[in-house]
Design a protein around this ligand. Structure first.
Ligand code: UP6
Length: 260
């Protein structure tokens, strides 16, 4: 699972959004993304401001915010500037190309206009990537394919399905920036790997979620970014202290990979 450093990969990639991500990962010494699954505007802004210094990426589910408005987006972008992190709306698109174009570009969320990254399932076929690309590429956005999922029994965790994701990513490498997966899937270092289902204190949540450690994911599986949600702001947690802890654990795991 040896890879070049994030800084080297920032130099090597032709993809502007990936270059920006790898560069700020190297500069902030962070491969931590926080999954900000909170349901009010203020809670989301407070969390982003608290964890901002420790993360490379803020992952949102913007449709769970009860009092969403355009000002939330403006303030989030302000925090992204202040703390230097990028934004990934975890929309998990899953419809035909024409429909996802509308969902990505329009509606009340207008995701393409503010989110650096988004993601999709390839269940509908390659048209989903083509549709999202028509909207996202002119805006210099990046797409992640859900090549695997964290629950053990996910239907995406199937060798043939996962391999199809890699093939489609290679055919659309101008727009596909990488994968949601538990491990590195190709030798091509131009793709970034992001892994959810990471936790240091818990093994699961009783609803199918499965947690693995940064060491497993980054050192041994060769993924690049750990995505942590409730491990950072769950009941009784101090989000700032936990973000710092996961940043350190993620970075140590990366250094261990480089020296192995
Ligand atoms: N997520 C997963 N597993 C996947 C894909 N995405 O957990 O395969 C997302 C969830 C959630 C976050 O939608 O936002 O990652 C995990 O949160 P948690 O750390 O609180 O479990």
């Amino acid at each position: 699972t040896a890879t070049n450093t994030y800084a080297e990969r920032a130099q090597q990639t032709q993809n502007a959004v990936l270059k920006q991500l790898f560069t700020l990962m190297a500069e902030k010494k962070s491969n931590l993304a926080v999954a900000a699954d909170v349901t009010t505007k203020q809670a989301l802004l407070d969390l982003a401001d608290m964890v901002g210094p420790y993360i490379c990426l803020l992952k949102t589910h913007i449709d769970v915010v009860t009092d969403f408005d355009a000002d939330l987006v403006a303030q989030l972008l302000g925090l992204a500037d202040k703390h230097r992190f990028m934004i990934f709306e975890d929309r998990k698109f899953a419809d035909i190309g024409n429909t996802v174009k509308l969902q990505y570009e329009a509606g009340i969320y207008r995701i393409a206009h503010w989110s650096h990254f988004t993601n999709c399932h390839i269940v509908p076929g390659e048209g989903i990537i083509q549709g999202l690309k028509e909207v996202g590429l002119p805006l210099s956005r990046g797409l992640l394919l859900l090549a695997e999922m964290s629950p053990a029994d996910s239907l995406a965790n199937n060798a043939q399905y996962t391999a199809k994701n890699v093939e489609m990513a290679q055919r659309h490498s101008d727009f596909v920036a990488g994968f949601i997966a538990s491990r590195r899937l190709t030798d091509d270092q131009d793709f970034v790997y992001m892994t959810p289902g990471v936790g240091l204190d818990s093994k699961g949540d009783g609803l199918g979620q499965r947690y693995r450690t940064p060491e497993q994911i980054i050192t041994h599986n060769g993924s690049d970014i750990i995505i942590v949600g409730r491990g950072i702001y769950g009941p009784g947690k101090d989000p700032q202290a936990e973000a710092q802890r996961y940043q350190q654990a993620g970075w140590q795991a990366y250094l261990a990979r480089l020296s192995s």
